[in-house]
Each structure stands twice: as C-alpha cells, then as structure tokens.
Design a binder for this molecule. Structure first.
Ligand code: DAU
Length: 330
C-alpha cells in the first residue's frame, strides 16, 4: 500500500509515518517544513520514505505530487494547529486549514484514492461543562479561529464525499501528547520550562479539562480507520483520560521531582473552552480499536523522552524565546 501523509514531519504526522514504515507500507511524506515541521522527527528512517517539500496551499505543486505518486491512501494531517497562534493571527489558519484542505481534496479527487483520512479535532464540537460527552452526531459549534478553520475543513471533506463520492473518512482526536511535540503545547512547554527552572504558566486557575491521548494510540487508531473505516463516516478518537490542566501540570512536576511552587497562574486564554470529552463507543464497536497507553505510563515515558532529547528541544530555544515573549496574555 502507498500511503501519502500531508504534514508528515509534524508531531502526529511523523508518528503515522513511522508506524506506516514499520508496517512495510510505501510511505510518502509531504510537508512545508514550517516552524512545526522537522525532518529530525524521522531520524533513523532515512531512505525508508519519500519526501516532498510542499505547501498544501500550492495547488499546482500538490496536484503534481499526487499525480506522480498515485497514493492508495491520503492521510491529511497538515494544518496550523495552535489555538493561541490562531488568536494572535487567524488569517493563516483559514488559508492553510481551509484553503489547503480544499487543494488536497481536489488533488485526491483528480488522481483517485481508495481512502482519504481527513484529520479534524474534538474542538470542532465546541466546549462542555462538567458533564456530558461529544458523540460523532453532536452538532459542530467551534469557538476559536483555529477550531472554526478545522470545522470548515472537516465539513469540506464530508462535502467531497457526498458531492463527488471521494472516500473521505473524518477523524476527530482529543489532545495528543508524547515524544516530538513542539514546545508550544501544554505538555512540552511545562516539561521544558520545569527543566530550565522557569515558572510554569497555567492559564486562569488551571481548571479547564482536556482528554489526553498518547500520539502512538492516535496513530494506531488511524491505521484501524484505514483498514476498516467506512467512507463518509466520522470517528472520534479519545482515551477517556480526562484531567484538569492543574493536575496534568502537577503530574509532570512530580515526575520531574520539581516543586509545585514553579506554577504561576497567568491571564486566561480569551474564549478558553472549558472541557472536551469524547465518546469513543463507535470506533470501539465498529473497528475494534481501543487506546492502550494510560496517562500514568504515557506521561512518564514522555517526560523521560524529553529529558533524553534535550538537544532537540534546545534547537528550538531561540525561536521559542521570542514566541514565549509574545505568547502569554497581558
Ligand atoms: O483538543 C484537540 C486539540 O488540542 C488540537 O486540535 C489542537 O491542535 C491542540 O493544540 C490542542 O488544543 P489545546 O488548546 O487544548 O492545547 P494546548 O496544549 O494549547 O492547551 C491545553 C490546555 O492547557 C488548554 O486548556 C490551555 C492550557 N495551557 C496551554 C498552554 C500552552 C496553559 O494553561 N498554559 C500554557 O502555556
């Protein structure tokens, strides 16, 4: 099988690429290599995949790659993904996530594929209070520029199924964590800052709840969807591991033997979604997929991985310093 992954040098895309290579699939990575893309993530897999440096908004370039490669399956993960960046500068989220998705869908339609996995997110459903869960039938009600751009891309993919019969399958994962995540997201920010002895910026009072899914489990679910998922369907991918942010941060500090006095409550993210929680009954029942990595084990391994890979983290430090100066809300 030939698997083409857009955003294959990103955090989730590269895990899908590694698992694809390990399964013996012919693996093709397309990536623009923005700040969030990095060839290092496929260290050790050189010569085992083909790589095309391309921006998904470049219609001619993407079409050429797909016509040349003729993939069986496209896994479309390429996107701008950070909510805080979408609040500071929404335009590129619409351009890449909406416009870029349309380009990739058009190219897949032109060449013909057996499956198109469109990466969405639990954030398209909006936010929950203390109770309840999102099912695949929950109406979309996104709140941030990021989640609006993902909801548009999600609906566009489903429109290509209904209108053009393109075999699009939509996946909506919860918060991923694990090795190789760029340190702008909660888990690696906290590990990196704790390591450096800096304060850990927790938004508001840290009461917001996120459902933590190990990236290996997320990629595993994607392969279950490739194997058994039905075109036109939507599958939630979650772990059931719901935590308040403050508890996630305390767990990280404890694993690192660092004091909780490093925690600093900072101004909240505007429009901060309180809680996401996914029902995963459908993917369990229909595809037989279940997460395997508990929060306890996954977070321990993740902290160890970052501490063993500080050299990689340090290559990001100068970019991060200027990002962090502007990132937090005043
Ligand atoms: O839910 C899936 C989504 O999870 C993905 O679609 C997004 O691409 C991904 O970025 C993530 O969105 P979040 O906004 O939930 O992730 P983030 O790591 O930015 O924040 C997680 C929680 O931690 C959120 O409630 C905000 C809070 N936070 C985040 C950062 C970076 C802090 O308290 N301090 C921080 O420094």
């Amino acid at each position: 099988m030939k698997l083409l992954i857009t955003g294959g040098l990103g955090f989730i895309g590269s895990e899908i690429a590694r698992q694809s290579i390990e399964k013996g699939f012919e693996t093709i990575v397309v990536d623009k290599v923005t700040y969030a893309g990095d060839l290092e993530r496929l260290r050790g897999y050189e010569k085992k995949y083909s790589f095309y440096k391309e921006d998904i908004t470049n219609r001619e370039g993407i079409s050429k790659i797909l016509l040349e490669v003729k993939p069986d399956v496209v896994v479309h993960t390429a996107a701008e993904t950070h909510v805080d960046r979408s609040i500071k500068d929404p335009a590129i989220f619409i351009e890449t996530n909406v416009g870029g998705t349309q380009v990739v869908l058009d190219a897949a339609k032109e060449v013909g594929v057996s499956k198109f996995i469109n990466f969405s997110t639990d954030e398209v459903y909006g936010a929950l209070g203390e109770d309840g869960q999102f099912t695949e039938n929950t109406p979309l009600n996104p709140h941030s520029p990021y989640s609006v751009s993902k909801a548009a891309a999600d609906m566009l993919g489903r429109a290509y199924f209904h209108t053009f019969n393109l075999p699009v399958i939509t996946v909506r994962p919860s918060n991923n964590y694990g090795p190789w995540q760029y340190p702008e997201k909660l888990v690696p920010v906290m590990i990196f800052k704790a390591h450096m002895g800096e304060n850990l910026p927790v938004y508001g009072k840290g009461q917001n709840v996120r459902e933590w899914l190990h990236v290996k489990d997320c990629a595993g679910a994607v392969f279950a969807v490739i194997e058994k998922g039905q075109p036109g369907e939507v599958y939630n991918i979650g772990s059931g591991e719901e935590k308040r942010n403050i508890d996630t941060v305390k767990a990280i500090l404890s694993l690192m033997n660092k004091p909780e006095s490093l925690i600093e409550f900072v101004k909240d993210r505007p429009g901060h979604d309180f809680r996401y929680s996914l029902s995963v009954e459908k993917i369990k029942r229909e595809l037989g997929w279940e997460p395997e990595i508990t929060f306890e084990i996954g977070m321990k391994n993740t902290v160890e991985w970052y501490l063993d890979n500080l050299d990689w983290m340090k290559t990001k430090l100068s970019d991060l310093k200027s990002y962090w100066e502007k990132a937090y809300y005043k």
